[in-house]
Design a protein around this ligand. Structure first.
Ligand SMILES: O=C(CO)[C@H](O)[C@H](O)COP(=O)(O)O
Length: 222
């Protein structure tokens, strides 16, 4: 399975977001973290900034909404041009209705799970989403260390997707680096978000390529 790399601009220079989006032009997606200081204790950017990022980005945008009331706010991110919009399972009142609305607006629909949120309740609803995001750190901040305890959840999600025959992607986000990406790929993830590992690297394109190769080698090994 091809590994998709989505650098997180949370680790970019917020005074130079356009420049730093162009720095990741060899990536598959640009991962944009929207945080509202309520769902998570951090605040990043909202719709007006997001709309401009979508206009200038050389790669499709993967929006990760760490916000309360995504039922109300998420569709606007699809309308702004996000290729994919992921909302949190813990925050959505009606996840299936929201996923259908995002797809109707032309975006992929993703559902995100905090490390302690079980995936089981969503396994019967796989046909309604395009991606499950298994958070591999507590959402809110970059630079945290990968939680190995999330690997069984990635495995369960991958098994359920394989059994279903559906093309649902499994994304991991948090603490993804050269030293952890193989474990996540081996468990079944195929979309990898990495913030500090990519933007902190000496060569940003070199790091994207290294992560992609490690993930693909690991995915092909089993
Ligand atoms: O959602 C996130 C944190 O909530 C991020 O995408 C975060 O940027 C990941 O950063 P790092 O790769 O440095 O762990």
């Amino acid at each position: 399975m091809a590994a998709l790399i989505a650098p997180s601009i949370l680790s970019a220079d917020f005074a130079n977001l356009e420049r730093d989006l162009h720095a990741i032009s060899t990536a598959d997606y640009a991962h944009v973290d929207v945080m509202d200081n309520h769902f998570v204790p951090n605040l990043t950017l909202g719709l007006p900034v997001f709309e401009r990022l979508a206009q200038v980005s050389p790669v499709p945008i993967d929006a990760h909404l760490m916000i309360e009331d995504p039922d109300r706010w998420a569709p606007a991110y699809a309308e702004a041009g996000a290729a994919s919009v992921t909302f949190h399972a813990e925050a959505a009142a009606a996840p299936v209705r929201l996923a259908r609305e995002l797809r109707r607006l032309g975006s992929r629909a993703g559902v995100a799970l905090r490390p302690a949120t079980p995936v089981e309740p969503f396994l019967d609803l796989l046909a309604e989403v395009d991606m499950i995001l298994v958070m591999t750190v507590e959402p809110g901040f970059g630079g945290q260390s990968f939680i190995d305890g999330t690997l069984p959840k990635i495995r369960r999600a991958r098994e359920a997707v394989s059994e279903s025959g559906l093309d649902v992607w499994i994304q991991v986000d948090g603490g993804v680096s050269r030293s952890t990406i193989e474990r996540a790929a081996d468990a079944g993830a195929n979309v990898f978000v990495a913030g500090s590992a990519v933007y902190g690297a000496e060569s940003v394109p070199g790091e994207i390529q290294a992560l992609r190769e490690l993930a693909e080698a690991s995915a092909h090994a089993h």
